[in-house]
Design a protein around this ligand. Structure first.
Ligand code: GLN
Length: 235
């Protein structure tokens, strides 16, 4: 379409999963955060137009993209080979590692994954934190299946950790640090996973992927990337 009817195929719909501060969250009823500002700035560099944001649980984002309900995922999503079987990613826009959260002021102070042996552990469904639990705790025999609880959203996991119903949560380090600032939990330790976040697109959306990747480079170049980082990380 030429766009004159207002329904140009250059319009794209973004999907995200709030509750992952400071990347995406709801404040005063409004969707805000690093990913929100960054994707909007990136799309501004392209011929595309961001028509709306739809909100999902994290583990529903890839199905929503595959179904065509959304065109792009902006949800601090790590680029993984597993996900690349079903979707494509832009160039990376943020680097992160994992952390382990525990209750503040408690006497449990793990320093490494081995110290989580026989503990109650939580993570958010479909995340790389959950993969760490499955591959490095359950598969290694450190905890049983029953000792792992998978949550739709990390917000619920943090609530249970505060109440002492969980011993530890595995979560992306920047988000774990933000929960530690705002809630009665603390980062016990971090461990390197070398994850890189990308915006997710459909596997055949080559033009959109290229445009967004160029847009990411442009906002890095213009200084806008640094401004957005300062807004959400240094305040
Ligand atoms: N970066 C992690 C992942 O991709 C967590 C993302 C999230 O929970 N929003 O799985």
């Amino acid at each position: 379409s030429d766009g004159s009817d207002g329904s140009s195929d250059m319009q794209i719909v973004a999907g995200t999963a709030p509750g992952f501060e400071p990347f995406e969250m709801t404040r005063d009823g409004e969707l805000v955060g690093f990913d929100i500002d960054l994707l909007e700035a990136v799309v501004d560099e392209t011929e595309y137009e961001l028509a709306e944001w739809n909100e999902y649980e994290f583990d529903s984002l890839i199905p929503a993209l595959e179904n065509g309900n959304i065109d792009v995922i902006a949800a601090a999503m790590t680029i993984t080979e597993d996900r690349q079987q079903s979707i494509a990613f832009t160039e990376p826009y943020y680097s992160a590692n994992q952390s382990v959260l525990v209750q503040s002021g408690g006497d449990f102070a793990p320093e490494a994954l081995e110290d989580l042996e026989d503990r109650e552990v939580g993570a958010q469904s479909g995340t790389t934190g959950e993969t760490v639990v499955q591959e490095q705790l359950i598969a290694e025999g450190l905890i049983s299946d029953d000792q792992y609880t998978s949550y739709d959203n990390y917000v619920y996991a943090v609530q249970e950790l505060e109440r002492g119903l969980l011993d530890a949560i595995v979560i992306d380090e920047p988000v774990g640090a933000t929960f530690a600032d705002n809630r009665d939990v603390e980062v016990a330790f971090t461990f390197e996973t070398g994850e890189e976040y990308g915006f997710g697109v459909q596997q055949d959306a080559d033009d959109l992927e290229a445009a967004l990747s160029e847009g990411i480079a442009a906002v890095r170049e213009s200084g806008e990337y640094d401004e957005i980082t300062q807004t959400w990380f240094d305040s």
